[in-house]
Ligand binder design. Sequence first.
Ligand SMILES: Cc1ncc(COP(=O)(O)O)c(C=O)c1O
Length: 438
Amino acid sequence: MSYILIQRELLNNIDKEHIWHPYSSVLNPRTNIKVDSANGIYLNLEDGTSIIDGMSSWWSVIHGYNNETINSAITEQIAKMSHVMFGGLTHEPVIALTEKILSIIDDEFKYIFYSDSGSVAVEIAMKMALQYFSRENSISKNKFLTVKRGYHGDTFGAMSVCDPTTGMHSIFSSFLPQNYFVSEPKSKFDEAFDKDDLNEITQLLEEKHESIAAIIIEPIVQGAGGMRIYNKEYLVGLKELSLKYNVLLIFDEIATGFGRTGKMFAYEHAGVVPDIMCIGKALTGGYMTMAATITNEKVAQGIEKDGNILMHGPTFMANPLACKVASTSIDLLLNNNWQDKVLGIEKYLKENLTICEKLEKVKEVRVIGAIGVVELHKNVDMDFVTKEFVKRGVWIRPFMKTVYIMPPYITKEDELQKLIDAIYETIQIMDLIKNMGV
Ligand SMILES: Cc1ncc(COP(=O)(O)O)c(C=O)c1O
C-alpha cells in the first residue's frame, strides 16, 4: 500500500474509532462515506466519484455547494471580522440581514432573535411563550400543545414536543417536561378538508387551555416525523383556536422556510401568520449553522411587561460571518426566480416520481414544492438502500418508511430523473428480494 493510502486508511480509522455520527453507534459504527469536496449539486467522494445530493444536506443547501457568490461574500467578511460578541455590540451584517428577512416575512413580524441551530431556535420560541404568560402571573400556562408525528429538534424543550413514540421521549421521559399531544392532521394538502381533524385539539383546548402557553407545529409539512403533507385549513383552524383560547401559535419553519414548499414560507399557503416563527437550515444556504426566532409586537410587549427581558444569549449570537452568508443567500434566492425553479421541480416530481406507486412495496408518493416522498409499507433497510443509491450515483438518506428527496433548487430535470430512477430501481430490487428486512 502506498504511503498516501496508508495515511488515508489511518484517518478513516479515526472516524470509525472515535467520532460519533448522528443517531448511530460509536461502538459498532456504520461505514460513513468520505466526501472530499462538493460543487453545485454534486458531492465529490474520496474514491473519485461524484454523486448527486438529493437531500440538500438535510434541507439546507438550496443553491448547491461551493457557490461563487457566497464564497466571495465569506472572503469579504472574513477580511473584516468573522465574529464579535453581540452583547453591547452590533454590526452591519446583522443589520443588513434583519432588513432582508423583514422584507420577505409578513408585516406582523417585528423582532428577531438570532441563535446557532434550529433546536435552539425552538427552545427560544418556547421561552418566549412561557415568558409572555409569566407576565400576568399566568404561570400556570406553562405547557405546550402539539400534534403527533412532529419533529422540532433534539434539545430537551424541543424533544418534549417531538412525536412521543418516534421521538426520544421514552429514553428521557424522567427528565422531559410533559406536554399535550393530539392526533396529527389527517386531511391531505390537495384534498378537501375534513373539519373533524380539528375536533380533538378543540376539545383539549376547551379542557386544558388554562395550562397551555402555545401550540407548536411544523406548517404544511411534518418533516422528520414522517414527511406528511397536510391541509392548509388545519392551520386556519389552529389560528382561530389560538385566539379563542388565548394560547400563542408557534410555527416551526426550520425545514419548510426559504421556498422549499413552493412559497417563501409554508404559512403563506394558509394565509395564517403565527405569533412566533422559527427559521434555520436554508437560512444560510446550508453554508453554516444559524437560526432565528421571530415574533410580533404583542409577544414582545408581553415578555417585557414589568421590566422583564427575554432570558437567552448564546456566545455566537448573530455571528457576523453567518449573517453575511445568510444575506447573500437570501439575495441569491430573490434574484434567481426561486419560485419558478421550485415549482418546476414540483411539476417534474409530480409527473415522474409517481411511477413508484406501481411498486408493490410502495404505499404512497407525495410531492410539494421541491420535496418528493415515497412512503413504503414497512421500514427501509437503510444500509442496503444507501449502498444501492450510491452505486446509482445519488445520495439519498431514507428514514424509517420514507425514501425522500429535497434537492437543491438548481437541480435540472435530467438530474431529477437520475434521482427518480435510483429510487425506482432500488425499491424494485427490494420488491424482488424476499425477506430483505423491508
Ligand atoms: C422542523 C424542524 N425543527 C427543528 C429542527 C432542528 O434543527 P437543528 O438540527 O438545526 O437543531 C429540524 C431539523 O431537522 C427540523 O426539521
